[in-house]
Write a protein that binds this ligand. Structure first.
Ligand SMILES: Cc1cc2nc3c(=O)[nH]c(=O)nc-3n(C[C@H](O)[C@H](O)[C@H](O)COP(=O)(O)OP(=O)(O)OC[C@H]3O[C@@H](n4cnc5c(N)ncnc54)[C@H](O)[C@@H]3O)c2cc1C
Ligand SMILES: NC(=O)c1ccc[n+]([C@@H]2O[C@H](COP(=O)([O-])OP(=O)(O)OC[C@H]3O[C@@H](n4cnc5c(N)ncnc54)[C@H](OP(=O)(O)O)[C@@H]3O)[C@@H](O)[C@H]2O)c1
Length: 320
């Protein structure tokens, strides 16, 4: 990887990398210019991971960014610091020999990352740097894993439904590998909403799982293909976000699965507007970050948010 020659001398950059980085990129699969599957091997080995958890990746502000990313302005005050962000631990689910693998069978961590070129809040700092990485490059990988977005409270007979936007699929891949390995007896239904078909980085493996496991279904919703937007397209189907797909009854109809709180756990990951988490939690004054999100929809149907002190069947992880 190169660093910006105008920022710091090469000798200092070498030193900063030695001091701050503790992991190596061992594989990169580019789905397209703005989406990748990244494999990272920490020097000290892997911690025990519960499927669905996340860790932290980081690169120095001194590293170069991809061309075309929003300008950062003057970074001289932070140029010797490492920018860190949270990333869910994904899973290839099948190894090269086609065998089921879960996150703890691997000697690396897999991540599913989209490039954010610009943002309304602040210029994106990490992904424009992550997308300069090549195999053999060094980076920071947090020593711990975190999070309660896991299968800990899901019984063996439950139906498990996953809804993701974009790279929100990452923790679901880890959990699905786990469920299939432990012989989940209920249905496993996995819905992902992406802009374009090219944004489906794990499509082939999910289609293979559907062939092998009668209780597994992978359902894709695209939102920006010509058939979503152009009414004159011969296969015009319109555009639906996940919450509209569920509210309209289409999900239950297409999957032939009732969203029944007595038998089903639902996992929601990615865009906070799809999730629509409550901002006021007292029953009388319950308010949501956005109205009509998945949490509101599911609560109206008798589902309950899973919380540390009170187990429930709605689990969610917001990416921003
Ligand atoms: C627990 C957790 C797990 C996460 N796991 C992943 C993951 O597996 N893969 C991943 O790509 N990102 C993941 N993220 C988001 C990640 O931490 C970064 O925010 C993201 O990679 C952008 O980093 P940045 O520094 O370039 O921009 P930031 O300044 O961090 O983000 C800028 C803006 O980009 C948008 N954005 C951020 N992440 C995404 C995303 N994934 N998809 C669409 N828009 C986004 C938001 O509008 C955000 O305000 C996760 C976040 C959390 C909190
Ligand atoms: N995907 C790409 O190829 C691509 C290309 C260039 C840049 N990027 C950048 O990458 C970042 C993430 O892109 P992404 O496509 O992975 O993630 P994303 O923008 O979160 O989109 C993923 C899916 O979520 C849907 N969505 C958007 N708003 C929603 C809402 N309120 N409720 C429910 N669903 C909603 C999107 O539909 P909509 O179509 O309605 O948004 C899309 O189907 C962005 O910063 C983007 O600029 C991505």
């Amino acid at each position: 990887m190169t660093s910006s020659p105008t920022l710091l001398p090469a000798s200092e950059v070498e030193l900063l990398r030695l001091e701050n980085y503790n992991a190596t990129v061992i594989g990169i699969r580019r789905c397209h210019d703005e989406l990748m599957v990244l494999r990272v091997r920490p020097d000290r080995g892997l911690p025990y991971i519960v499927a669905g958890q996340y860790t932290v990746l980081g690169l120095g502000y001194w590293e170069d960014r991809v061309p075309g990313a929003q300008e950062e302005g003057d970074i001289s005050r932070v140029v010797r610091k490492v920018v860190k962000r949270a990333y869910s631990i994904s899973c290839p689910i099948l190894d090269e020999g086609g065998r089921l693998v879960s996150v703890n069978d691997l000697d690396y961590m897999e991540f599913y990352v989209v490039l954010v070129r610009r943002s309304d809040e602040r210029p994106p700092a990490l992904t424009p740097r992550l997308f300069r990485l090549t195999v053999g490059d060094r980076l920071f990988c947090g020593p711990h894993v975190y999070g309660n977005y896991t299968l800990a409270r899901v019984p063996l007979d439950a139906n498990v439904v996953f809804f993701a936007t974009g790279t929100g699929e990452a923790p679901h891949n880890a959990m699905i590998a786990q469920l299939l390995k432990t012989g989940q007896r209920g249905r496993i239904v996995h819905v992902t909403s992406v802009r374009w078909k090219k944004d489906l980085g794990y499509l082939a493996v999910h289609r293979e799982l559907e062939r092998r496991f009668a209780n597994y279904r992978y359902q894709v919703l695209t939102t920006r293909e010509p058939e979503n937007l152009d009414p004159s397209h011969p296969n015009y189907s319109g555009k639906m976000h996940i919450q509209d797909y569920v509210a309209s009854g289409r999900f239950e109809n297409d999957m032939n699965l009732a969203l029944d709180p007595d038998t089903t756990h639902v996992f929601l990951c990615g865009n906070p507007a799809m999730i629509g988490a409550p901002v006021r939690t007292q029953a009388a004054q319950r308010r949501y970050a956005v109205s009509g999100g998945m949490v509101e929809l599911l609560e109206k149907r008798g589902f309950q948010i899973d919380q540390p002190h009170e187990s429930g069947n709605i689990h969610f992880e917001s990416y921003w």
